[in-house]
Ligand binder design. Structure first.
Ligand code: ADE
Length: 239
C-alpha cells in the first residue's frame, strides 16, 4: 500500500511515521509513506497556497492548484490503480472501525490535509472520494486526523501486527469494548488481580473476559451493546 499525505506541515506527519507501529507497517507489510509539501505544488513564485475567500469573510482558504497538481503526479505514479482520496474534515462522515478495515484493503490512499478555513470546494467535488470526521470538535488542521486514520487502518493490514488476533479482539471488531487487563505483580498496594486470571483455567478465563466485555459495553456504550446483541441474534456476522 502507498499512503500519500499532502500537507502544508510535513514535519507533523514525518515525525510520527518513523516510529512504532507506523514503522513496522513499512518494514513488515511494505507500506510506503509519501509525505508531500503542498507548497512544492504552488503555482506562484511566493509558494503561496492559500487565499482569501470569495464573497468575503475571515480566514484563508487553501487554493485548488496545489491539490490538483499533486494529484496529477499521484495519478502518473499509479497509472491504472484505483486511488482513494480522503479529506479529513469536521463536515465528513464519522470515522469508525468498518471504515478503517475498508481503507486497509486499498492499494493507494491519499490524504489531503486542510488548514485555516478549509479547502476550495472544487477540490472536494472533483478529487475527494471520502470526507471523514474523527469527532465532533474542530482541530487546527487535517494532519492529526490523517494520523489517527492511518493508525487505525494499518493495524488491519496483514503482517503489521504480530498477532492479528490482537486486532480481532480489539474493541469494535465485534461491537464490544475491550475488558480490563492486568500484569505482574499479582498484588500491588493492596490492589489484587482477579483470582480467575491466576487460575490457569483457560476456559474460565475466556468466559470471564467475555463477560467483562459485555458488562463494560452495556454500562458505557448502550448503543454498541444493542448492536452486539443484534449481531449475535443474526448469527454473529459483524458489521
Ligand atoms: N479537521 C479539523 N477538525 C477535524 C475533525 N474533527 N475531524 C477531521 N478533520 C478535521
Amino acid at each position: 500500500m502507498k499512503i500519500y499525505v499532502l500537507t502544508a506541515f510535513p514535519e507533523i506527519i514525518k515525525g510520527c511515521l518513523d516510529i512504532s507501529m507506523y514503522k513496522k507497517a513499512q518494514e513488515r507489510a511494505g507500506v510506503e509513506y509519501k509525505i508531500w509539501d503542498l507548497r512544492d505544488f504552488a503555482n506562484n513564485k511566493h509558494r503561496q497556497i492559500d487565499d482569501t475567500p470569495y464573497g468575503g469573510g475571515t480566514g484563508m482558504v487553501l487554493k485548488p492548484e496545489p491539490f490538483f497538481l499533486s494529484f496529477d503526479k499521484i495519478k502518473e505514479e499509479n497509472a491504472g490503480e484505483k486511488i482513494r482520496v480522503i479529506y479529513p474534515s469536521p463536515q465528513g462522515k464519522a470515522f469508525n472501525h468498518d471504515m478503517a478495515v475498508e481503507f486497509s484493503k486499498e492499494r493507494v490512499l491519499v490524504f489531503f490535509c486542510g488548514h485555516y478555513k478549509g479547502v476550495d470546494e472544487r477540490v472536494i467535488e472533483a478529487l475527494v472520494t471520502d470526507e471523514v470526521s474523527i469527532g465532533d470538535y474542530v482541530l487546527t488542521g487535517g494532519e492529526l486526523p490523517a494520523l489517527v486514520i492511518i493508525d487505525a487502518l494499518i493495524r488491519h493490514i496483514p503482517g503489521v501486527l504480530h498477532s492479528y488476533d490482537s486486532a480481532k479482539t480489539d474493541s469494535f471488531s465485534d461491537n464490544l469494548l475491550e475488558g480490563p487487563v492486568y500484569t505482574k505483580p499479582a498484588e500491588y498496594r493492596g490492589l489484587k488481580v482477579p483470582e480467575v486470571l491466576l487460575s490457569g483455567n483457560h476456559a474460565l478465563v475466556k468466559e470471564w473476559r467475555q463477560k467483562q466485555r459485555l458488562e463494560r459495553t452495556k454500562e458505557r456504550r448502550k448503543d454498541l451493546y444493542e448492536k452486539a446483541l443484534q449481531n449475535n441474534l443474526s448469527g454473529g456476522c459483524h458489521g
